[in-house]
Design a protein around this ligand. Structure first.
Ligand code: ASP
Length: 326
């Protein structure tokens, strides 16, 4: 058995490890761990407490994938619900579909009685209101929200702050492999923007025969490179988990233009091996690992591979607000 998650999942991984040790199925243990991350208001990029989009609304993305049936469930741009990972799980359990977005996802969440709640917490509301006051022109404020937003989005998005995700991968005692993700995506994103987290094959993929992969960071890059599916496919084609992740890093070198920044690739194989690489990462990028027989999960530094020498992003409104302690 093995479980890994990114640093953002720290408060959830002990529950996942305990569940696996007690014989829970991989997806159950993953869902239980991610729910704790979603519930934690101090995690500012997942669930309640996440950063809002340009309209000041928190939109959540999440997914699960069962590597044995190759069924998945995902929700994108979901508002007003506290546990998108569980709604994604119910998409898998109850629907003939794999992905619901926006109003349809919200409707399904209400239909199944998923926990509704306010997602915008005071720190995020204050930061958004200050951004609106300081960065949006008087004319746009007067016509809000019927204003062009593309330019506002380009100015507000900061590739290094205001975003992250939680990703969990696990292999259970029956050797079944699963994957799960949950995120509020990017702060100040264009409304309706989906990252990689709800896109199976980009932000996550699991196949019990070979292994699983999940990404955090610039979802636009993992979508373009099809990273999670690629890593599992490379393992199917005979590569080790390390080789497969390096090959996916090499795929990212081919991305030209668009947004290039940090992507952390987390992968496990069916034999209990794992590899985590932070593309364009920073020394503080860590992940959590638990293997059968261990008392508790432990934190490890990611291997860092730099593929871009892009200049450091200029500070934006919400970074300044973070520095102000919001
Ligand atoms: N991958 C997430 C997204 O693109 C964000 C992140 O992990 O930083 O929405």
């Amino acid at each position: 058995m093995i479980a890994i998650c990114n640093n953002e999942g720290a408060c959830g991984i002990p529950a996942t490890a305990r569940g696996l040790a007690a014989g829970e199925a991989a997806l159950d243990a993953i869902e239980a761990g991610i729910r704790l991350v979603e519930a934690s208001e101090s995690v500012r990029t997942v669930g309640r407490g996440g950063w809002p989009n340009l309209l000041g609304e928190v939109e959540l993305d999440a997914s699960v994938m069962d590597g044995t049936s190759l069924r998945s469930g995902a929700v994108g741009a979901l508002t007003g619900h506290l546990h998108p990972v569980s709604i994604a799980r119910q998409v898998l359990e109850r629907l003939p579909h794999e992905l619901l977005v926006g109003e349809g996802a919200r409707r399904f969440a209400a239909e199944i009685g998923a926990e509704a709640g306010e997602l915008l917490m005071p720190h995020a509301r204050t930061a958004w209101e200050r951004w609106f006051r300081d960065e949006v022109s008087e004319a746009d404020r007067a016509n809000w929200p019927d204003v062009p937003m593309a330019e506002l989005c380009a100015q507000a998005i900061d590739p290094e702050t205001g975003r992250d995700t939680t990703v969990f991968l696990a292999q259970d005692s029956e050797r079944h492999i699963g994957a799960g993700t949950s995120t509020s995506g990017w702060g100040w994103k264009y409304p309706g923007r989906l990252g990689d987290s709800p896109i199976i094959g980009a932000g996550s993929y699991a196949d019990t025969r070979y292994g699983a992969c999940a990404c955090t960071g610039v979802g636009e890059m993992s979508i373009r490179a099809g990273t999670s599916r690629a890593v599992v496919l490379y393992m199917k084609m005979g590569m080790s988990v390390e080789e497969a992740v390096y090959e996916a890093v090499s795929d990212m070198r081919a991305l030209k233009g668009g947004l290039i920044g940090r992507v952390t690739i987390h992968a496990i194989d069916a034999a209990g091996g794992h590899k985590v690489v932070a593309v364009n990462g920073l020394p503080e990028n860590h992940y959590w690992l638990w293997c059968s027989g261990e008392a508790a999960p432990s934190s490890h530094p990611c291997e860092i591979i730099t593929i871009s020498e892009e200049p450091a992003p200029k500070p934006t409104a919400h970074r300044r607000y973070e520095q102000m302690g919001l």
